[in-house]
Design a protein around this ligand. Structure first.
Ligand SMILES: [Zn+2]
Length: 217
């Protein structure tokens, strides 16, 4: 029976992270009852990501019967077939998102794996700008940030992982009620390589809040 696609990139990353935790506990030879608890907790956390799914989908996500590396691999392989791809976007649409840039530098869209994407991002090295595009409530939105051309090892605000990050700042439209002319600049350390970040991000909440604040939505 065909089930519709229902898994987002960050959700699959989250599931992979849970499997890594289970494998880690297995390797450490923790007692059976502890391992069972780790697996139960992983199942609960995974199901919590999908509050409105069908019984078929719940069964598909259940990893309690998996034992071997091969079984975990096949499980991920199977789930990958149910991933919601990032919305197909054209160069024309990207230009519309950033109308102020008459000569907007565009990413090579043919080079991007839309199946494993939480946010689309590219850099314009000439102007030290980073562009970030993602879907918010069914609409494609984007922001631009200034970035420092140097990187260092630290935690990324988007994927919450340790890696090579750069400092990005953007002027937000978030206003304070007392002062309607107040615009605040927000800085973040974000993975310098956004395709790596998209492989690690397990939760899009921070990214979405950041874009909403920046756009004053
Ligand atoms: Zn990151």
């Amino acid at each position: 029976m065909m089930t519709e696609k229902f898994i987002k990139n960050e959700q699959l990353n989250f599931i992979k992270k849970q499997i890594a935790l289970i494998k880690d506990s297995t390797k450490k030879n923790v007692p059976q009852n502890i391992l069972a608890a780790v697996i139960d907790l992983a199942n609960v956390k995974i199901l919590e990501l999908f509050p409105n799914i069908s019984l078929d989908q719940q069964e598909m996500l259940d990893l309690s019967r998996l034992k071997t590396d091969k079984e975990y691999e096949e499980y991920i392989q199977h789930l990958s077939g149910y991933m919601l791809p990032f919305p197909r976007i054209t160069e024309q649409q990207l230009k519309k998102i950033f109308p102020k840039h008459k000569k907007l530098k565009l990413p090579d869209l043919s080079d991007i794996d839309f199946n494993h994407l939480t946010y689309l991002s590219w850099n314009d090295l000439r102007s030290n700008k980073k562009f970030i595009v993602c879907e918010l409530e069914g609409k494609m939105v984007g922001i631009e940030c200034e970035f420092a051309p140097t990187s260092k090892k630290n935690l990324c605000s988007f994927c919450n992982s340790f890696g090579e990050v750069s400092y990005f700042s953007t002027v937000t439209k978030a206003k304070k009620s007392k002062n309607p002319d107040y615009y605040k600049a927000v800085g973040n350390l974000i993975c310098a390589n956004s395709s790596e970040c998209n492989k690690k991000i397990t939760n899009a909440e921070y990214l979405e809040t950041f874009l909403k604040d920046s756009l004053g939505l």
